[in-house]
Write a protein that binds this ligand. Structure first.
Ligand SMILES: *Cc1c(COP(=O)(O)O)cnc(C)c1O
Length: 225
């Protein structure tokens, strides 16, 4: 608990500093604690420290931890599978990993059935790595345009992953490109789309991400490690 507290304080200070540098406010940046490597007890300790947003990349783990900590806001950050959507739609606060039109239709269908609205981010493959999921930057505008048809899905922004081995400064061009894409697309109107979140930056590069405009950072090892 003590180490977790120290880590949390250090991260908050760095977030504060990066926010100042970028002209944003630290309170507008969401620290999303990625709990995939820790147990429920540690997750609850993070909640006690004041962390409210939690992310998991697997549905079962997400369901398990959310059941133990229903007061938290839970985010799905991992690859989506159609057959598991029923376990996350209507339960999670935000899905970060929409990566295809087909999946958007599936999410919409499920949300409509539940008479709810699914809040999602579109994962964009900026780095161009083949093993990375996400929509190609060149295809984003077309997809956003089509989302007007899906009345139970609302897109709140973009998420990206920097290349696997990249740390700190190496990630900067990737984050800057997603920011620029968002700024460009903000000039157009897309129904059911509100481009207010940029989910980018992890333990190795969250400060750089904030400097480049991130307002959600997904942090695992720097917090729990
Ligand atoms: C694991 C994971 C993170 C957190 O990674 P750390 O390097 O531990 O901070 C962030 N985003 C996604 C999608 C992840 O799977």
């Amino acid at each position: 608990m003590e180490r977790l507290r120290q880590n949390f304080i250090t991260i908050q200070q760095k977030v504060e500093k990066a926010a100042r540098k970028s002209g944003s406010r630290a309170e507008d940046i969401t620290l999303l604690a990625v709990t995939k490597t820790v147990d429920i007890e540690t997750t609850q300790q993070a909640y006690q420290l004041g962390i409210r947003d939690f992310g998991e990349n697997r549905t079962r783990e997400l369901n398990r931890k959310q059941a133990a900590l229903p007061a938290g806001r839970w985010h799905m950050i991992g690859r989506l599978q159609s057959n598991k959507l029923k376990d996350i739609i209507g339960r999670v606060h935000l899905i970060h990993s929409l990566d295809s039109w087909h999946m958007a239709e599936e999410i919409d269908k499920r949300a409509r059935y539940l008479e709810t609205e699914a809040a999602v981010l579109l994962q964009v493959n900026i780095s161009g790595e083949e093993q990375k999921t996400g929509v190609e930057p060149a295809d984003v505008a077309t997809l956003l345009d089509s989302l007007g048809q899906l009345l139970s899905l609302r897109l709140y922004g973009f998420m990206t992953m920097a290349p696997l081995a990249s740390v700190g400064e190496e990630s900067r061009p990737v984050f800057a490109e997603l920011y620029n894409l968002r700024e460009k697309l903000k000039e157009q109107f897309f129904a059911n789309v509100e481009l207010k979140y940029l989910s980018m930056g992890m333990s190795q590069d969250y400060e750089v991400a904030i400097e480049e405009g991130a307002n959600i950072v997904r942090i695992g090892s720097a917090l729990f490690g």
